[in-house]
Design a protein around this ligand. Structure first.
Ligand SMILES: Cc1ncc(COP(=O)(O)O)c(C=O)c1O
Length: 462
């Protein structure tokens, strides 16, 4: 079989190269050097193609030969390029992780203390946690997201499972959807790139709704509503609760009501992604508006939650999946099936991060400290928005930069083209996504002027 393929490829290669050779020789018109170069070209080409032919089939002896090189993850790729750059002027606006004004990673003070307390706690052991995670953690997450006085909490209608960060919650949630529900998944255009990958891997059909308007650099509510009003009943709509990634553009409270209306009319199931509670407005309660409003309106829904950003627990992988059902009986059935999804993916969650979050959420004093600290952290990002806009205005950089202070959360969708972003990286050591997404957490009072100068240059060069 492989032998036949090689012979066939050799025949194709020879025919192709002989034609090229004849054509080129005609034009090279007896120039000897040209002919020699042509012979080398043909042979190199032939050698490469033969190698490809040899590798084009997997065999029991070479089982991975059919794999092709996959592209690197865009965000982790930028992180690595930034680390490898020796320049002391480099600015990291790629990854959505908080940095101090000294460009250092930040550990919440309350997190450090609670972690130490847990390490010193001799009553704890390393036995497996329940499949759905720590009960106190799950209750604390429900209070945080839905509000501590929400009647839903006592109703027994919410199923909650501790998951491996927001990504883990999304994956468990969409695996559950794929197995137990039917329907297309509507995804904002653009969205966090891992949403598309996760949906792809779970085998769900994705349809874009036109979320972002490049003209206004804001939310295109009319187009979103038009698109969703044509969705098939039973479809699932993936919605960012706040601080939309990558655009930093969120619906207003009035627009959320319109989205709720169309979801109700078309019987669409909301699947919320909540990765930035506290980072949009600086207020935990305000940032939960969409989920709480949909709950109040009687929606059943799914929510994937992440503590990576708002507790700075990035590498501890702490998140939760909530499924709001219509009754306690149905909740029990949902939980039983959810547990099978989790058991087959990673069995049960790790303990340390969940314990930290749980102690903070369940202890009034720690909770208060965390909320205050979160507010300080968010305040720095909001100040950097104003600083950057002021610098750009001061330098008279062409265009309108109002969207920098209008957009919220970690990211600004700058409107810079991929070529301008490339130029920022190559010539000015500024690392950001080619979509023009900038992580505002990487801006500091020390690098903001240099950044504005660099933006001015690339904008002038367009
Ligand atoms: C929109 C969105 N959802 C989910 C996540 C996942 O977060 P985690 O790091 O907890 O997996 C992120 C992280 O960047 C995000 O931006």
């Amino acid at each position: 079989m492989i032998f036949h393929k090689i012979i066939r490829n050799i025949v194709i290669i020879y025919s192709k190269n002989i034609i090229i050779y004849i054509l080129m020789t005609k034009f090279a018109n007896k120039i000897i050097i040209m002919r020699k170069l042509l012979i080398i070209y043909v042979n190199v080409n032939l050698y490469q193609l033969m190698q490809q032919a040899n590798q084009s089939d997997s065999t029991p002896q070479n089982p991975f030969a059919l794999l092709t090189q996959a592209p690197p993850d865009p965000i982790f790729g930028i992180m690595n390029a930034y680390k490898a750059d020796p320049s002391d002027k480099k600015i990291d606006l790629g990854v959505g992780a908080y940095r101090t004004d000294e460009e250092k990673p930040y550990i919440f003070d309350v997190v450090k203390r609670v972690e130490q307390e847990i390490i010193n706690d001799i009553t704890l052991n390393k036995e497996y946690l329940p499949i759905e995670g720590l009960p106190d953690f799950n209750k604390g997450c429900q209070r945080l997201l839905f509000g501590k006085d929400n009647p839903l909490l006592e109703s027994g209608r919410i199923v909650t499972a501790q998951c491996l960060g927001g990504t883990g919650a999304l994956r468990v949630g969409f695996d559950f959807v794929k197995r137990h529900l039917a329907g297309d998944v509507y995804v904002s255009n653009p969205t966090w790139s891992n949403h598309n990958q996760i949906l792809d891997r779970t085998g769900l059909n994705q349809i874009n709704y036109p979320y972002y308007d490049p003209k206004t650099k804001g939310f295109n509510c009319t187009a979103t509503l038009d698109c969703l009003s044509q969705a098939k009943e039973g479809s699932i709509v993936l919605l960012h609760v706040c601080a939309h990634n990558p655009t930093g553009v969120d619906p207003t409270e009035a627009e959320w009501l319109q989205i709720a209306e169309v979801c109700k009319t078309r019987n669409l199931l909301p699947f919320f992604d909540c990765a930035y509670q506290g980072f949009a407005s600086g207020c935990i309660e305000k940032d939960a508006f969409a989920v709480r409003k949909f709950a109040e309106l009687g929606f059943q829904m799914i929510v994937a939650y992440s503590f990576s950003k708002n507790m700075g627990l990035y590498n501890e992988r702490v998140g939760a999946l909530h499924i709001v059902t219509s009754s306690q009986e149905i909740a029990a059935k949902v939980l039983s099936n959810l547990k099978i999804v989790i058991r087959t993916l990673y069995s049960c969650p790790p303990a340390i991060g969940g314990r930290i979050a749980s102690r903070i959420l369940c202890n009034e004093k720690y909770y208060k400290e965390w909320v205050e600290e979160l507010n300080t952290v968010t305040g720095r990002i909001i100040r950097m928005r104003t600083l950057l806009k002021d610098e750009l205005d001061k330098l008279n950089v062409e265009g309108n930069w109002d969207h920098i202070t209008k957009q919220t959360g970690f990211f600004t969708f700058t409107g810079l083209t991929p070529e301008q972003c490339d130029q920022l990286t190559k010539e000015h050591h500024v690392y950001l996504l080619r979509s023009g997404r900038m992580s505002m957490a990487g801006i500091t009072s020390k690098n903001v002027a240099q950044l504005a100068e660099a933006i001015k240059i690339v904008v002038q060069n367009k």
